[in-house]
Design a protein around this ligand. Sequence first.
Ligand code: ATP
Ligand code: MG
Length: 668
Amino acid sequence: MIKKIAAYIEKLWTASIRRQLILGIVAVHAVLMTIFVFDLVHRQQTFLHDQGVAQTQSLAESLAANSTSWVLANDVLGLEEVVLSQTKYPGLKFAMIISPLGRVLAHNDLSVVGKYLQDENSKTLIDAGHNIRILQQSKDIIDIAAPVIANGQHIGWARVGISRDDVTQNLQIATRDGFLYTSGAIAVGVLFAVFMARGMTRSLKHMVEVANELQQDGKNSRIEVNRADELGTLGTAFNALADVVDKREDELRHHRDHLEELVDERTRYMLKEMGERKSAEEKVKMILNSAVDGIITADPHGTITSFNRAAEQIFGYSVIEVTGKNLSILMPEQHSSVHDNIMAEYLKTGEKKVIGVGGREFQAKRKDGSIFPMELAISELKNETTHLFTGIVRDITERKEAEQKIQDTMEALQTTQAELVQAEKMASLGGLVAGIAHEINTPIGVGVTATSHLKEQAFNLEKTFNDGTMRKSDFKSFIETATQSTTIISANLDRASDLIKSFKQVAVDQSSQEARSFNLLGYIDEVLFSLRPRIKQTKQKIEVSGDRDLIVESFPGPISQIVTNLIMNSLIHAYDADDEGCIRIHATGNGELVHLTYSDDGKGMDEETVNKIFDPFFTTKRGSGGSGLGMHILFNQITLTLGGTVKCQSTPGEGTTFELTFPALKEA
Ligand SMILES: Nc1ncnc2c1ncn2[C@@H]1O[C@H](COP(=O)(O)OP(=O)(O)OP(=O)(O)O)[C@@H](O)[C@H]1O
Ligand SMILES: [Mg+2]
């Protein structure tokens, strides 16, 4: 109950500031003014009372003094006069002189003179000593008795009663006025409170409105500050706070915008990344599935974890059928039984026999049980999170078939090639024979012509000799013819013989040559020495240079032939009879190969000649001793006998160079 009342009061009290102010001022004024008025009235009352008492006392004392002689004289009339003189005193209710025993000696009311006073107050005076006595002091009356003393003898009492009606009336007026002032003060206070409260509440209301606007409408309102008091300060502070809030809000908005941007950007990035990752995964999947080779992954237990499309096609299994199965289902019996052991061995030792060693050929088994050859390359992927093996499988059935076909074809080709070589040999032999026939035809033909001419001359001479008509001149003529003819025949037979020698060289069986170890440049010097008679006829110098210590193990015969042919060609083809020139031979070796450079500074050759120089029977000196076999023989010797190469480089007017290369060590 008390709580309820307290709550109600609190509610009433805190409902509005105006009410608080008004109630506060009313309460304060009421309490203070009441206290003040009471205090004032009380003081006034006390003061008036004390004053009244003092006046009454002095009046009683003066009455006592004035009446002393009359009491002594027992002059009732005199006393009466003295008493009556007091009646003019304002508010005097009674004045009397009484004997110590209480008999009225004089009184303003003559009717009581001579009587004894019987009231209680008066009775207290009998035998009461001779001090002044206050008999009664009430709101109506002050009754004081002053002793009448003569010569130290107490001879009576002068008693005065003053009415207090006017004092009471005054006090009532003072009290009434006090309450009037209090009410007035309360009214003025309330008015002031209302006025103050209105001003304050208006300001506060304005603040509340502005705050609401700020809060709800988002308006950028501010409080109108038109007061210098605390409310004005509060308004200014509020505005400053609103500014700060605005600023913070702006900053927040800015931050929020920035955050939103960041979130957007991050979201876009994540989406992109997710998309990229997804597309990357899909790409990997696509790549795996578009691979021509089968790609199979398995864990270290040999359990299949992925199987691409090509693998599906190769093995005839679908990815669902094999995922989670052991790899051994893809192997024929002989592999599958050892597979697990190989795997365990690898995991234990890390020794690479199959894994990580590139493609190797194995037998594999399809779903239908058929066995086929495959090439398998296994790689291992191992990191903190993953450990798997990737096998790249290629069905090499077709390749194997193709290889077999190639093998067959190769064999057929080799047979054909042998046949062709044979045919070529025959053809070139035919060409050679034709060439030989053609070449030999000339000297033989000339010889035959000379022989038949000689024969004819001999026949004619024989005839004249038999007829006996032979003259000396006939015989002489015959001898001349015979000499000329035999010279021609002899020359042409020599020529034919030379040709045949050359042919023999062309056809020489290369393998019949014998290899030996010799100093190359020393040997070349010997060859040149043997050619000295021929060289002496010309104006050419020959310079030999290079590695003087170069020992080769080769065929000296062909080398002699090669050098001879080159020198003879230079002497015959590169220079005219009176030309001076220099032929250079330079030989070096690197342990495996010998490089021999032969050059002359003669006429050189045009491109066509260079291109045909090694062809058999190619010569620019046909009819003047050239057979066109020299370079052909050289080519055969260097390539077939020595197992090397030869290159000719020549420019008309600038000489000719031959680069020859052949192994320094002839393998046995
Ligand atoms: N050093 C050279 N300078 C210029 N021309 C050359 C030289 N060596 C060869 N020839 C040209 O190459 C041709 C072929 O030479 P090759 O030695 O085969 O035949 P040949 O010398 O004409 O006859 P053979 O050597 O059979 O007697 C020669 O006719 C010549 O025209
Ligand atoms: Mg020649």
